[in-house]
Design a protein around this ligand. Structure first.
Ligand SMILES: [Zn+2]
Length: 390
């Protein structure tokens, strides 16, 4: 209860204070340098536990964070998003600054869109909704699916999607439950089902397959975007998979790409990031060392040696922390690491058909009705897209 009250107070004070600021996290800034710059006690950083230090290393350049100052222009509170579900909350407790990790509060709204193609699906979605996130997600989901070159003016497009809303603004990334493009009287569907996009026959459409980056003995920690510890009453997240393996075990690029970072990254210790196609990025942390020829900007092939398992940064034992991001948002690597694309069968296929039949009915109804699409005016991205990645 105390938590809820203090959070409400937080919202109210942010809403009515004249000294509320929204700022962009600078490139190259770490949580530690941030504390130094704002003359906040560095002990906040050094007293973080292992999981918190990993999360502190997840702050993304360009993310919008919020600062509240009092009448004397002294810092009162700071909110820094980590991923899309949690944020660091720095505030004064008994005249001393402390940090806690709290959830980002948002609502979810279910929406639909039904339009005739005039230009391209991307342009028409944008015109109807002014929603870049939706237009981008549509293009992303249809990759490896339907060939858009055969589309004609007047072909129909129907989407059912859910989006997050935070303080009245469209917020964060989204998934489209069903996309339907009707061309030459044929309905082409894409469904989002259990973390992946599928066609109507239950065939997975993800066209980005990753290899396992290390030969591991066991998975010591799974991916989670938000977890509440019922005894300690704290929130945590683990934005990757931990693979336990001996020090010195080879770490290999999970896919073809270009190295975008080699070096120290706070609680992650020695870290490599690689940018891949389709706005994916992989991260390899706690490394003992890097492959000799590895440089920022180097092109690497899937399976190429890039480094060695270690115990650097905040780590309780030798392991590889492996992270996967789409447009800077952490997603579960387990949904993308596999030998081949899934095709549903048996019981799973039956469940899928039941699920998608309901969505198909909704699409048919949307084709007959004329509901005005929701036009977005305000955006609040945790991870600000400077421009859409089309
Ligand atoms: Zn980890």
């Amino acid at each position: 209860m105390i938590k809820i009250v203090s959070f409400l107070f937080l919202l109210i004070s942010f809403a009515y204070s004249a000294t509320f600021e929204e700022l962009k996290w600078p490139k190259g800034e770490t949580f530690l340098t941030f504390l130094g710059k704002n003359t906040l006690p560095l002990s906040i950083y050094y007293s973080l536990d292992k999981e918190e230090q990993e999360l502190a290393a997840e702050i993304v350049a360009g993310v919008k964070y919020q600062v509240l100052k009092n009448d004397q222009q002294e810092l009162e509170q700071i909110l820094i998003p980590i991923g899309e579900e949690l944020q660091m909350h720095l505030y004064k407790k008994d005249d001393k600054f402390v940090m806690e990790i709290i959830p980002i509060i948002f609502q979810e709204e279910a929406l639909s869109l039904s339009v005739e193609i005039q230009n391209s699906p991307y342009v028409d979605i944008l015109k109807a909704t002014n929603n870049y996130v939706l237009a981008n997600e549509f293009v992303q989901s249809f990759r490896g699916g339907v060939n858009f070159r055969n589309l004609q003016k007047g072909d129909k497009l129907v989407l059912f999607y859910k989006q997050r809303v935070r303080l009245g603004k469209q917020y964060g990334s989204m998934k489209i439950d069903v996309s339907m493009v009707e061309t030459a009287r044929k309905k082409n569907y894409i469904f989002f089902y259990k973390e992946n996009y599928y066609d109507k026959n239950g065939k997975e459409l993800e066209n980005f397959l990753l290899g396992t980056p290390v030969n591991y003995t066991r998975i010591s920690s799974e991916f989670t975007t938000k977890r509440y510890h019922p005894i300690l009453h704290i929130y945590r997240a683990h934005l990757g998979i931990d693979y336990a393996a001996g020090v010195g075990t080879a770490v290999r690029a999970a896919g073809n790409g270009r190295v975008s970072f080699v070096g120290q990254k706070g609680g992650y210790g020695n870290t490599i990031t690689i940018n891949h196609d389709n706005s994916y990025k992989t991260l390899y942390a706690h490394l003992n060392g890097f492959a000799k020829s590895l440089r920022n900007g180097k092109n690497v092939k899937k399976g190429e040696l890039i480094g060695y398992v270690g115990n650097t940064g905040m780590s309780s034992g030798p392991h590889l922390h492996f992270g996967l991001y789409r447009s800077e948002v952490a997603i579960n690597p387990a949904s993308v690491i596999k030998i081949e694309k899934n095709a549903l069968s048996g019981r799973a296929m039956k469940d899928f058909i039941d699920y998608t039949n309901g969505l198909k009915q909704k699409v048919d109804m949307a084709l007959k009705s004329t509901i005005a699409p929701k036009k977005e005016e305000n955006f609040s991205y945790a991870h600000l897209l400077e421009k859409p990645y089309m």
